[in-house]
Design a protein around this ligand. Structure first.
Ligand code: GLN
Length: 201
């Protein structure tokens, strides 16, 4: 964990979905944010948040706005990412119903709308490494059906993987931005601070 005072800017993908809540949470931690809607804005950021929403729509918009391939390259080159819900689906290498993958930088298989219609939305509390009792809000959420060996499982709920980390990529099934608990965003900010120099170099 870095205690550096490096000034960092975090981009929040803002083509669709719940991006404002991430911005508010990051701003409450004193971090500058940019809403990302154009490929040229990607040059200004040290990390990116991929919010929840509708992954099919977000994937289409990323393609239409010519951001899919530059963003994929930046993530492959080390740009830190915090991906929640639909964002996790965008990152995943494989979607279990055979839909084409989007950024495909996170070596997991994800199952969309994995909790069915009746249990589409629910809240629970579970532990993550170093973060105990985190309140988790699930909204028509995916879970991670399988992971490659190099992926670290950070948390499970009811036997399903709902949080992973692979190098500088964090993927979550739930919405930490819809709670008052800033610990995951704080962890991400520390991760970005630790790698900020190499990303802007
Ligand atoms: N069900 C959405 C999807 O498949 C994800 C829901 C969310 O982001 N809360 O893209």
């Amino acid at each position: 964990m870095s205690t550096s005072d490096n000034k960092i800017t975090i981009g929040v993908l803002a083509v669709q979905g719940a991006f404002i809540e991430h911005e508010h949470m990051l701003q409450s931690l004193g971090v500058d944010c940019i809403e990302i809607r154009k490929p040229e804005q990607l040059d200004q950021i040290d990390g990116i948040v991929l919010p929840g929403g509708e992954s099919t729509v977000q994937g289409q918009l990323l393609r239409k706005l010519h951001m899919l391939s530059p963003l994929r390259k930046m993530i492959q080159n080390g740009l830190p990412v915090l991906a929640t819900c639909a964002g996790l689906i965008l990152l995943s290498e494989e979607i279990d119903n055979g839909e084409p993958a989007h950024l495909a930088t996170l070596p997991v298989t994800v199952k969309r709308n994995a909790y069915g219609r009746q249990l589409g939305s629910f809240c629970t509390t579970s532990d993550l490494p170093q973060i105990s009792g985190f309140p988790m809000v699930f909204i028509r959420a995916p879970y991670i059906a399988s992971t490659q060996e190099s992926v670290k499982v950070l948390g499970t709920v009811d036997g399903h993987v709902i949080a992973v980390q692979y190098k500088h990529q964090i993927g979550l099934s739930f919405h930490p931005e819809l709670t008052d608990d800033t610990r995951i965003h704080q962890y991400f900010v520390e991760m970005v601070r630790g790698t900020a120099k190499s990303n802007i170099a």
